[in-house]
Design a protein around this ligand. Structure first.
Ligand code: ADP
Ligand code: MG
Length: 594
C-alpha cells in the first residue's frame, strides 16, 4: 500500500474533528479565548444554532497584526512555550489548535484591536484558505465570527442534531462558563433575541441565582475550605431540598467547568447518603481553586476532564465538609446571605500565582465553626482501610451529638404512626418507624464497634430453605453475617439454620430479613465488604417498629430521647426525614399573636 503524506489542509480538517465536534465546541473555545485575553465582558451571538453564525465579542487585550497572523496557525499559542509549562496551566487554552481547527471548517473572520493601539486588523479565511489580513476600525478587544460551520465537511454536517438540540447544548455550555466566572459579564443572543444576560458580580451565589434561578439558589448551603494548595467553595442543597435529577451538579476547577470524576461523584453521594432519600439527587456546585501543578488539565480532547494529583485528600475534604454541614443539628437549616461578602475574594486563574502566599497554613472555615477539616499533610489514606468497618464508623463518629433539652414532652401518638413531641420552643412530629429505625441503626453500629453486641439465642433454631443462587450468596457471606451477630449455619443442601441474632432487633421474622439481605447482595454483586456490612445492618433495622403499631408511652419517650442522642437524628438510615418541626414562633405568627 503506498503511503501518502497528508496536506496541511487535510491535517487541519482531521484535527478539527477532535476539537470541533459541534457548534457548542466553537462557542466554548472562542469564549475561553476571550477569558484568557482578560475580557471582563463577553457576548455570544448565534444564528441557526450556530450552524450559520457564531460571533463572540470581547473587550479583552486584543492582538497586534503579527499575533493575529499567527493565531490561526496550528500549534500557535501565546499560553505555553514548552512541555514543562503544561504542568502549571493558568489559562483555559494551551494547545494552540482551536482557531486553526475552527478556521479549517468554516468561513472565518477575526477583527481585533490591541489595547492601547489606535486601530485594528481583520483576518479572513475560507476553510483555512485565502487568508488575508487588512486594517480595520473597531473598539479594543476581539470579535471572532464563524460562518457556515462545516460547509466543507458534509459528513460533520449530517452528524449534527436539530437546531433546538444544538442550541440548547450551546446554552448549557455557555451557562457553565458563566457559572464558573461570576466576575465576568456574559450575554447571549440567538436570532438577535436575548437568551440570557448575566452582569458581573463578586458573589458566586448571585451568579448561581441568575443562571439557575432564585428558587434553587435561595436554599443552598455554603461551605468554604482554605489550604495553601487548594481552596474550596461549595454551594449545595440541604436535606430538604434534594432534587429528582442530577441536572444541577457542577464542578469548576480553576474556573474551568469540568465533568465530575467518578470518585468525586461517589464522594458527594456518600456524603448525602443518610441525609436524602436514595432516589433523590443533590444540587451542588463545587468551585475548586488549586495550585495548577496539582492537576493535569491535558487529559481530554475538549478539556472537559481534569486529573487531581491527590484525589484521596480531595475526597476526604469534600466528604467532611458536606457531611458536617448536612448533619449539623440546627433545624431548620441555616439560610445563606445573598449579599456580597467583602472577605470572599474570588480567584481567577490569573491570581493563582499568588495563591500559595495569600492563604493561611491550615484550613479555616469561615461559615460553620463546627466543620473541622484537617490539613492535607496530616491526612493518611491508610486510616480508611485499616478495618472493614472503618468507613461506616469513622464517619458516624465525626459529629458530636447536640444535647437536647432534658424536658422532652411526649404528647402522644396520632394517626397510629406519628409521635407528637414538645421540646424547647419546638413542636416535633416524628415518624415513629423512621425514628425507631434510626435509633436501632445507631445502637447496632455502636454495639459492634465496642464489641458489646447483645445477643438473643433461639431456643429452637430456625431452619429455612433458599434458592440455589441465594444459597451461594449466603455461603459466601456467612462469616460476615456471623460477625454482625446473625449466627447462621449450613444445614444441608440449600438449607440453613439460625441459632442467634442481635437482641436489639427484638422479635422479628429473622428468616425473612436474611432472605431480603441476600437478594439485596445478589442485586449488587460488586458491593465491597463495607457496603455489604452496611446493607445487612440497615436491612435488619428496617424491621424496627412498623408504622401502625401502637407503642407504650414509656417506650416512646425512651425512643425519642435516644433519638436526640443519635448522630443523625433527623433522617432515617435510608435517608427519609424522621421529623417535621413547627416552631412556637411559627405558631404565634400563624395565630397572629405576633
Ligand atoms: P490557545 O487558546 O490554546 O492558545 P487558540 O487557537 O485558541 O489556542 O488561540 C491561539 C492564540 O490566539 C491564543 O494563544 C491567543 O494568543 C490568540 N487569541 C485567540 N483569541 C483571542 C482573543 N479573543 N483575544 C486575544 N487573543 C486571542
Ligand atoms: Mg484557545
Amino acid at each position: 500500500m503506498p503511503i501518502n503524506i497528508l496536506s496541511q489542509e487535510t491535517i487541519n480538517k482531521i484535527a478539527a474533528g477532535e476539537v470541533v465536534e459541534r457548534p457548542l465546541n466553537v462557542v466554548k473555545e472562542l469564549v475561553e479565548n476571550s477569558l484568557d485575553a482578560f475580557a471582563s465582558s463577553v457576548t455570544v451571538e448565534i444564528e441557526k444554532a450556530g450552524k450559520n453564525l457564531i460571533r463572540v465579542s470581547d473587550n479583552g487585550c486584543g492582538m497586534d497584526k503579527k499575533d493575529l497572523e499567527l493565531s490561526i496557525l496550528r500549534h500557535a499559542t501565546s499560553k505555553i512555550e514548552n512541555f514543562e509549562d503544561l504542568s502549571h496551566i493558568h489559562t483555559m487554552g494551551f494547545r494552540g489548535e482551536a482557531l486553526s481547527s475552527i478556521a479549517a471548517v468554516s468561513n472565518f473572520d477575526v477583527k481585533t484591536r490591541k489595547k492601547g493601539e489606535s486601530s485594528g486588523w481583520k483576518l479572513s479565511s475560507n476553510g483555512g484558505k485565502n487568508v488575508s489580513v487588512v486594517p480595520c476600525s473597531g473598539s479594543e478587544g476581539t470579535i471572532t465570527e464563524v460562518r457556515d460551520l462545516f460547509f466543507n465537511v458534509p459528513a460533520r454536517q449530517k452528524f449534527l442534531k436539530s437546531d433546538s438540540t444544538e442550541r440548547s447544548r450551546i446554552i448549557s455550555s455557555f451557562e457553565e462558563i458563566a457559572l464558573a466566572n461570576p466576575e465576568i459579564s456574559f450575554k447571549m443572543f440567538s436570532e438577535n433575541k436575548t437568551v440570557f444576560s448575566a452582569s458581573k458580580t463578586n458573589n458566586k451565589l448571585e451568579r448561581i441565582s441568575d443562571i439557575l434561578g432564585k428558587d434553587f439558589a435561595k436554599n443552598l448551603k455554603r461551605a468554604e475550605v482554605e489550604h495553601p494548595k487548594v481552596a474550596l467553595d461549595i454551594y449545595f442543597t440541604g436535606r430538604d431540598n434534594s432534587l429528582a435529577n442530577k441536572k444541577y451538579q457542577y464542578l469548576f476547577v480553576n474556573s474551568r467547568p469540568v465533568n465530575y470524576p467518578k470518585w468525586l461523584t461517589h464522594c458527594v453521594y456518600q456524603a448525602y447518603r443518610e441525609s436524602i432519600p436514595h432516589d433523590m439527587h443533590p444540587g451542588i456546585l463545587i468551585y475548586i481553586t488549586i495550585d495548577p501543578s496539582e492537576i493535569d488539565v491535558n487529559i481530554h480532547p475538549t478539556k472537559k476532564e481534569v486529573k487531581f494529583a491527590d484525589e484521596q485528600s480531595m475526597y476526604d475534604i469534600v466528604y467532611k465538609i458536606i457531611k458536617n454541614t448536612l448533619v449539623s443539628h440546627s433545624y431548620p437549616e441555616i439560610k445563606i446571605n445573598i449579599e456580597p461578602k467583602e472577605d470572599v475574594a474570588l480567584k481567577t486563574p490569573y491570581t493563582l500565582n499568588n495563591f500559595t502566599h495569600q492563604h493561611k497554613e491550615n484550613y479555616s472555615l469561615r461559615k460553620d465553626d463546627n466543620v473541622v477539616a484537617e490539613p492535607i499533610s496530616k491526612y493518611n489514606p491508610k486510616n480508611y482501610s485499616i478495618d472493614k468497618y472503618a468507613n461506616v464508623f469513622a464517619r458516624q463518629q465525626e459529629f458530636s451529638p447536640e444535647s437536647f433539652d432534658e424536658n422532652i414532652k411526649v404528647l402522644g401518638q396520632t394517626f397510629g404512626t406519628y409521635i407528637v413531641v414538645e421540646n424547647k420552643d419546638n413542636l416535633y412530629i416524628f415518624d415513629q418507624h423512621a425514628a425507631a429505625e434510626r435509633v436501632r441503626y445507631e445502637a447496632y453500629l455502636s454495639q459492634i464497634k465496642t464489641q458489646s453486641l447483645k445477643m438473643q439465642q433461639l431456643l429452637i433454631p430456625e431452619t429455612f430453605d433458599i434458592s440455589p443462587s441465594g444459597a451461594a450468596v449466603l455461603k459466601a457471606n456467612i462469616a460476615l453475617f456471623n460477625e454482625l451477630g446473625i449466627i447462621i449455619e449450613e444445614f444441608g443442601h440449600n438449607s440453613f439454620r439460625i441459632t442467634a441474632y442481635p437482641a436489639l432487633l427484638g422479635t422479628v421474622a429473622i428468616e425473612q430479613i436474611i432472605k431480603t439481605i441476600v437478594s439485596d447482595i445478589e442485586d449488587d454483586k460488586n458491593a465491597e465488604m463495607k457496603e455489604k456490612t452496611d446493607k445487612i445492618i440497615r436491612c435488619a433495622c428496617r424491621s424496627s417498629i412498623k408504622a401502625g403499631d401502637s407503642v407504650s408511652f414509656i417506650e416512646t419517650k425512651k425512643m425519642i430521647s435516644d433519638l436526640f442522642k443519635c448522630n443523625h437524628p433527623f433522617t432515617c438510615p435510608h435517608g427519609r426525614p424522621t421529623a417535621y418541626r413547627i416552631s412556637l414562633n411559627e405558631l404565634e405568627k400563624f395565630f397572629k399573636r405576633k
